[in-house]
Write a protein that binds this ligand. Structure first.
Ligand SMILES: *[C@@H]1O[C@H](CO)[C@@H](O)[C@H](O)[C@H]1NC(C)=O
Ligand SMILES: *[C@@H]1O[C@H](CO)[C@@H](O)[C@H](O)[C@H]1NC(C)=O
Length: 249
């Protein structure tokens, strides 16, 4: 028979562990350019998560800008930077500091539009920047769960051939970069999105475009959160075993 004191301390331990797990809110960083910053898909994504076990997920980032979403409830924190190029963010190591200030378990990345529109950068150079950014994400958190977008089309100029060239390169690149502890999931924000009728200004999503984007992000972000939660549970399980082991001695 187990001594009552042992039972009690085990019960106390179990309570402590579940309390600890429940207070460990998962952290999600929406990372990108203006298509992450001055938009409302973050509001829509947050609202979709409210009826799930992910209602308490903490959106993180250094900014709170959006596109007048008329939503006072959602967590506006994000790491969207209007006008920024993936190549410049990578070259200037900006993500390193952003993740230091706001560490994350899950990150979404929608980048490349400004590289193409402003400076007609080569797809190979944009992809090289993505590689550096993924490395910086993993330096910050070796178990970072990463969701990368094939980016939305534009409704102005003649940029969509280049956008599609970038989008075609992303799945192969992501598969090469993929690891078990830090998976990358690619989501297709291009297909089914109209550069003219789903954008308000040819570049940024209108309400319909925000809905489409949130609906595409949602299942991938949920899968990433599930993977991040599994890591935390495995971690608290290991902590519990070593604690029980320590109490036996
Ligand atoms: C968190 O708390 C809820 C209820 O308070 C409980 O049902 C759930 O099992 C807890 N989660 C974990 C992982 O312990
Ligand atoms: C990366 O691996 C995960 C499984 O860990 C898989 O679900 C995902 O599709 C892979 N990503 C790519 C781009 O192959």
């Amino acid at each position: 028979m187990v001594a009552p004191t042992t039972l009690l301390s085990l019960l106390g331990l179990a309570t402590a562990v579940s309390a600890q797990t429940n207070t460990t809110r998962l952290r999600y960083m929406p990372f990108g350019d203006s298509i992450t910053e001055i938009v409302c898909w973050r509001s829509k994504l947050w609202n979709k998560l409210q009826s799930t076990e992910w209602a308490t997920v903490d959106f993180v980032g250094s900014g709170k800008t959006e596109n007048n979403c008329r939503d006072t409830k959602y967590d506006r924190d994000n790491e969207g930077h209007s006008g920024f190029l993936a190549i410049n963010i990578a070259n200037q190591n900006q993500l390193v500091g952003w993740l230091q200030r706001n560490p994350a378990d899950v990150i979404t990345m929608h980048l490349g539009t400004n590289d193409i529109v402003q400076q007609n950068k080569a797809v190979t150079d944009i992809i090289a920047a993505f590689t550096k950014l993924v490395k910086q994400m993993r330096d910050s958190n070796p178990k970072m769960k990463i969701v990368v977008a094939q980016i939305i089309p534009l409704g102005l100029g003649n940029f969509n051939a280049k956008v599609q060239e970038l989008n075609r390169a992303i799945p192969t690149w992501a598969a090469q970069q993929n690891t078990t502890q830090s998976p990358i999931w690619v989501v297709d924000q291009f297909t089914g999105f109209s550069g003219s009728s789903d954008n308000r200004d040819g570049v940024h999503p209108n309400d319909g475009g925000d809905n489409k984007m949130a609906n595409i992000w949602y299942p991938a972000v949920v899968r990433a959160l599930e993977a991040a939660k599994a890591d935390k549970l495995a971690l608290s399980g290991r902590q519990r075993s070593s604690q029980i082991e320590a109490e036996r001695q």
